[in-house]
Design a protein around this ligand. Structure first.
Ligand code: KMT
Ligand code: NI
Length: 175
């Protein structure tokens, strides 16, 4: 994992877009974004431990690639990259490949989080974010969820009035 401010250039979303301005894991935690590096022989055990502690009872796997998705790949990648939020946490454990989760900073700037195999990331409910594959066009991830997944993306600005959005904004203001 590496996090940095997005450079806002007009290049393809799958390029690195590295502004050179780093973002610390501590800052990510302040905006509710949690990260674990889970690799090696006890990776699954640690993952199961986190899942148990945080009541992530269910999981499935997704592959985002042209091979796995065929004709709809390009459309999917564009949809993932529309700024949105969810009413539940977005929990991803990267099993293979790599990609980018972009999240909004306190000042509403894009922070790009590069994830690769062995990275586990939790985005809080109500945070505005987006996802893209990188120029390798391949990521395989485990999606974890508490009960039935509520992954409905609610796009900005429609979501501004959403209860979960307002709760998230309130929790930020309290810090
Ligand atoms: C999402 O919600 O954006 C996704 O599931 C993207 C694939 S997970 C790396
Ligand atoms: Ni999302």
């Amino acid at each position: 994992m590496r996090a940095f401010y997005y450079d806002n250039s007009s290049l393809d979303q799958r390029e690195l877009h590295d502004s050179g301005k780093e973002v610390s894991q501590d800052y990510l935690a302040q905006i509710g974004v949690l990260y674990w590096r889970l690799e090696g022989e006890n990776a699954m055990e640690r993952l199961n431990g986190i899942a148990q502690e945080r009541s992530y009872k269910n999981r499935d796997e997704i592959v985002v690639s042209p091979q796995a998705m065929g004709d709809i790949y390009e459309t999917k990648v564009k949809t993932f990259f529309d700024e949105h939020l969810h009413e539940d946490e977005e929990i991803r454990y990267i099993l293979d490949g790599s990609g980018f989760f972009d999240v909004r900073s306190r000042d509403d700037e894009w922070i790009r989080i590069r994830v690769e195999k062995g990275d586990m990331l939790v985005l809080p409910a109500g945070i505005y974010h987006r996802f893209t594959t990188d120029t390798n066009n391949y990521i395989k991830a485990m999606r974890l969820f508490k009960d039935d997944p509520v992954w409905t993306p609610i796009n900005r600005p429609l979501a501004d009035d959403n209860t979960y959005r307002q709760a998230y904004v309130q929790s930020m203001a309290a810090h």
